[in-house]
Design a binder for this molecule. Structure first.
Ligand code: ADP
Length: 579
């Protein structure tokens, strides 16, 4: 520090007159091997420009590729010294223009000064050319390095080898000599380096040149060393788009008139078209868009797949529609079958009711006959009273009785009509005791004629059940008729009808008789349709009764009656009160 201060002061005094009022000019230089080395390398050029344009102060600004691109984009540099690949990108992206091309005096032509060598070990006889690198480990500097990768990439691509896809790439970065070492040690099969590096290292005694082989050596002319690639122009000195033409002109003249320093000079700008060709072929940099395929290209290349995919989707859609259609048709069929079965059952139920009524017919006729006979009696009584003189009270009494009996007969007829009417079940809240009473009214005549004593034990305050009244009546009359039939030959003929609420929120109606009870065969087949032991029986009563009970959510079962005989009981659910 202490030594540096007087030195800095002296320098400041020296350059003060020049620096005062001198315009700052920034020259961005690509520092691919570190900032210091880049600043040092371009020092003769910067110094020359300072001398040639004393009213300007030139600074070298060493940057790597991304930072240099950003500096150009932001207008933070006035001029750029960079490799040909990067220059072409700046030219396309930021309208940079070259003023001069670097030249090695006595060396290769500035238009063919840069190439790459792909090295393998001399003992690798299997690697006889770039095409043999498929599947091999290849070392490069960086994916975006010009001499350290892209030049070789172009040559491999020209031989149908995509190094990214077909080989195993490793990028070792700087220093580039590391790649030569990796090849020598056999860590990689091949290495991509700038042409002439190997020769320089051999001169310096760092490697033995015969230990290496350069793949596919090209005629390299004045380059004087072996290269695996075509040769490209040397580095350009370019101006930023915004740098004034006057300054650019003066800088250009200064560069062209720079005396060679260490054998280096600047010459007229050469043609960078070969670099453009490389970028275009590899579809990178300014030509990256070429790698993006248009919709039409995708369509053209993959139409068989697209057609196949479209066909698959169409097939799938058709399949879905067909399955849906089949399901709908099947559902409709099932609904129709269900409706037909329902209709058939209704018909059967109706037929069974008619049959039941047929069996009860003569008893019912007798039942109706009784009020009719009573009416006839009362009528003749009234007649007598009228002819015997005035007894209006007696006649009125007789007429009231007639009306009562007529009502009784009409009631029976109405019940019969209800019972045989064709109808759909209409579940409603009904009082089972009332249904039992009405059924017994209709049935009493049958019982009386067959000498059967009927006893009704109806529970008080029975909760209502949800059921169709006529269907319940049908079940009940069927059980009553069966009981009476079963007791035809019995000595004691007693029939008991009982109603009771059960624990599981049901109401049970039981019909117990004193008949012979159920034979083992009858017990197992009772509820089968068409099972009957009666000569004129249909065998449908119990099977229909059970299906009616079950359709209401109830049960019908047969047991032995405690007093001998059979006991049939069916249950129906209590109407649930809505909360
Ligand atoms: P059907 O009365 O036309 O024979 P059911 O289905 O009503 O048809 O009865 C079927 C059979 O069940 C009867 O034939 C009879 O053998 C038997 N059965 C029904 N009820 C009783 C009963 N209370 N006691 C004894 N057997 C009975």
């Amino acid at each position: 520090m202490s030594r540096f201060v007087p030195f800095a002061l002296a320098l400041a005094v020296l350059i003060w007159p020049f620096a005062l009022g001198a315009a700052e000019v920034r020259v961005g230089v690509l520092a691919y091997r570190g900032a210091e080395r880049a600043a040092f390398e371009w020092q003769p050029t910067i110094r020359h420009l300072d001398r040639a344009l004393p009213d300007h102060r030139f600074h070298a600004v060493p940057l790597d590729i991304p930072s240099l691109s950003k500096a150009v984009e932001d207008g933070r540099v006035d001029f750029v010294i960079t490799n040909p690949g990067h220059y072409v990108e700046l030219e396309a992206g930021h309208r940079a223009t070259r003023l001069a091309t670097f030249e090695t005096v006595g060396g290769p032509k500035p238009s063919a000064a840069i190439g790459s060598a792909v090295l393998v070990r001399a003992d690798r006889g299997d690697l006889d050319g770039l095409a043999a690198l498929a599947g091999k480990r290849i070392a490069g500097v960086l994916p975006e390095a010009f001499g350290g990768f892209r030049l070789a990439w172009r040559e491999m691509a020209a031989r149908g080898l995509d190094p990214f896809r077909d080989s195993r790439l490793v990028f070792l970065g700087f220093p580039i000599e590391g790649i030569v070492e990796a090849v020598a040690k056999g860590e990689v099969d091949a290495g991509i380096v700038r042409a002439c590096l190997l020769e320089r290292m051999a001169e310096e005694g760092r490697v033995r040149i015969e230990e290496f082989r350069v793949l596919d050596p090209q005629p390299s002319g004045a380059l004087g060393c072996r290269a695996s690639t075509r040769l490209y122009p040397d580095w350009p000195f370019a101006k930023h788009a915004a740098t004034p033409d006057g300054l650019a002109k003066r800088v250009g003249i200064a560069l062209l008139s720079m005396p060679p320093t260490d054998g280096h000079a600047w010459t007229v700008p050469v043609d960078y078209q070969p670099v453009h060709d490389l970028f275009r072929e590899l579809k990178i940099g300014p030509y990256e868009h070429l790698a993006r395929r248009t919709f039409v290209e995708v369509l053209r290349d993959s139409w068989p797949w697209l057609v196949a995919a479209a066909a698959a989707v169409a097939w799938w859609l058709a399949h879905v529609v067909r399955v849906e259609h089949l399901v709908r048709r099947r559902t409709d069929e099932l609904k129709a079958a269900h409706a037909a079965a329902r209709r058939q059952r209704d018909e059967m139920e109706h037929g069974a009711r008619l049959a039941l009524l047929g069996e009860m017919a003569s008893s019912i006729a007798h039942e109706i006959n009784q009020p009719l006979a009573a009416i006839a009696n009362y009528a003749s009584g009234c007649q007598r009273r009228l002819s015997a003189g005035a007894d209006p009270e007696g006649v009125a009494e007789g007429l009231r009785s007639i009306a009562g009996q007529a009502e009784r007969a009409a009631g029976i007829v109405q019940r019969i009509r209800d019972f045989v009417r064709k109808r759909k079940p209409e579940p409603a809240a009904i009082d089972l005791n009332a249904v039992v009473r009405e059924s017994l009214d209709l049935f009493r005549a049958v019982a009386t004629r067959r000498g059967v004593a009927v006893e009704a034990n109806l529970a008080e305050a029975l909760p209502p059940v949800l059921a169709d009244r006529i269907q319940v009546e049908q079940v009940l009359l069927n059980l009553l008729q069966n009981a009476v039939d079963a007791m035809a030959a019995a000595e004691r003929r007693h029939l008991a009808v009982t109603t009771a609420a059960t624990a599981n929120r049901m109401v049970e109606v039981a019909v117990a008789d004193t008949g012979p009870g159920l034979s083992p065969e009858a017990r197992s087949r009772l509820f089968e349709p068409f099972f009957t032991t009666r000569p004129d029986g249909l065998g449908l009563g119990l099977s229909l009764s059970r299906s009616i009970a079950e359709a209401h959510g109830g049960r019908l079962r047969a047991d032995d009656s405690p007093g001998g005989g059979a006991r049939f009981a069916f249950t129906l659910p209590i109407v649930e009160e809505r909360p």
